[in-house]
Ligand binder design. Structure first.
Ligand SMILES: Cc1cc2nc3c(=O)[nH]c(=O)nc-3n(C[C@H](O)[C@H](O)[C@H](O)COP(=O)(O)OP(=O)(O)OC[C@H]3O[C@@H](n4cnc5c(N)ncnc54)[C@H](O)[C@@H]3O)c2cc1C
Length: 428
């Protein structure tokens, strides 16, 4: 809980009958023990925690025994493609191609589920996220789009347990790893979960990203936020804040990415799952100039389990989804930057942590054998994360217009990507 291994999935909070709470959601957002925990409950919480360990090979065998495709970077897969929701409203409101929302709506309309666990924005504190069970198309649409601040979907496990009917569940890799652990334990809290979907996951940010963003625009009180969007408008969208009194603050998503090194949740640096490998079906952005130029919204879709694949096939044949298959090599090239960050960088960072005598996660597998230049590159990247995460750096960046910093960030990132192209492509 107190180390950087906690990904804030929320399972310990949800399962603890109020003994553990998230105390400071606009601050460190850490689970804190407030009441008595029996030995039996402690054992369950320890087992359900994905931060310290999650054995990828073992869970793959347990949940995807018949899945024919596997790649170290992508996980188990059946089909990989680029696609989008054919319904233009769903596509437009989704983070990328609206695929996850379209799948949930399709399942609901076919009565294959009675509800979907999704992440919306809080009604009472609209600057924070709130997981809930959506039982209508409108509620699923309301929860569409990516939220880039720390969110703990699994703190609603008691509601999930009480729900009468079948559920689909949407979460980030860490949250899903905990759900898979609970499913394997046959824990009652997850008995209703029939399908698991999720977005790709590069990183998530502390709430300080929002307050810092506001301060850059000379707006100091986050409680004045009426609506907060991370991907508003046409793909790839804008970070947009609507304040009480009518003020609107908006910045291109690619420019708002400048917040990442200043506010990244450290656990994101030790997560080795980019494509949400333990879902039935997962989706990410189709990052390639050919799609980005067209706007509108394109997703990369990966089906993994037999039931996830069947949903994909049926939705395509019924005209609810459009998808063109791509090879694993094309898929890897499209996210080579992300794979380098997660499947090389994370393992090197874990190695550094181990050398410093700190606790490290055990994923049951390790990728290694990277060249000296990649280690050197990681020293630079990790040093930058440490430097830029300091109060002084955060304070300094707030003195400049975000449009300017965002533009510089986008250009620097392009140059950096280009100059490290060979290091990163090696053995991809
Ligand atoms: C924190 C985060 C980091 C990401 N990093 C990358 C990346 O590096 N590369 C990449 O290609 N794609 C990344 N994505 C995925 C991408 O932003 C889109 O979510 C994905 O392409 C699916 O788009 P969609 O239009 O199909 O989803 P939508 O139809 O918009 O549905 C998204 C679903 O995800 C749920 N959701 C949104 N945010 C969260 C959250 N924080 N926790 C749990 N559930 C959530 C929503 O409730 C909704 O049901 C990230 C997403 C998130 C949330």
């Amino acid at each position: 809980m107190r180390s950087h291994l906690c990904n804030r999935c929320g399972s310990c909070v949800g399962l603890s009958n109020g003994a553990i709470i998230f105390q400071d959601k606009t601050g460190e957002y850490r689970p804190v023990i407030k009441g008595q925990i029996s030995d039996k409950l402690a054992e369950i919480l320890w087992e359900a925690c994905p931060g310290k360990s999650f054995n990828f090979p073992s869970y793959r065998e347990a949940f995807y025994p018949d899945t024919p495709g596997f790649h170290d970077f992508i996980g188990p897969y059946r089909q990989i493609g680029i696609g989008f929701a054919v319904n233009p409203v769903i596509r437009q409101q989704g983070a990328s191609g609206g695929v996850i929302s379209a799948v949930l709506i399709w399942l609901l309309e076919k009565k294959m589920i009675d509800g979907a666990v999704v992440l919306g924005m809080s009604k009472t504190e609209p600057w924070l996220t709130q997981a809930f069970i959506a039982t209508t198309k409108e509620q699923i649409m309301e929860a569409a789009q990516s939220k880039y601040i720390i969110s703990s979907v699994n703190d609603i496990l008691p509601e999930i347990e009480k729900f009468e009917g079948k559920l689909a569940y949407v979460g980030l890799p860490g949250q899903i790893q905990s759900i898979r652990k609970l499913q394997r334990m046959k824990h009652p809290s997850v008995r209703n979960i029939e399908y698991i979907f999720g977005p790709f996951y590069g990183n998530t940010l502390h709430f300080s990203s929002v307050t810092s963003f506001l301060r850059s625009y000379k707006a100091s009180d986050y409680r004045e936020i009426e609506k907060l969007y991370f991907r508003h408008g046409e793909w790839p969208g804008n970070m947009r804040i609507e304040m009480k009194g009518g003020r609107v603050i908006e910045l291109k998503k690619f420019h708002a990415n400048y917040l990442i090194p200043f506010h990244i949740l450290r656990n994101s640096l030790y997560c080795t799952d980019l494509t949400n490998e333990f879902t039935d079906l997962s989706g990410g952005d189709a990052w390639a100039p050919v799609y980005e130029e067209r706007g509108k919204g394109f997703s990369m879709i990966i089906s993994r389990s037999a039931k996830g694949d069947e949903i994909l096939r049926k939705m395509i044949s019924e005209g609810a989804l459009q998808m063109n298959a791509i090879s694993t090599q094309t898929a890897i090239e499209m996210h080579s930057h992300g794979y380098d960050f997660k499947k090389r960088g994370s393992f090197i960072r874990i190695h550094f942590r181990r050398m410093l005598g700190k606790a490290v996660p055990d994923f049951g597998y390790e990728l290694k054998g990277f060249g000296f230049s990649r280690y050197l590159m990681e020293v630079v990247i990790s040093s930058l994360f440490i430097l830029m995460g300091t109060k002084v750096a955060r304070w300094t960046v707030e003195k400049f217009p975000p449009g300017l910093i965002g533009g510089i960030f986008e250009r620097t990132r392009k140059i950096w990507k280009k100059s490290t192209y060979n290091i990163k492509r090696k053995e991809l």
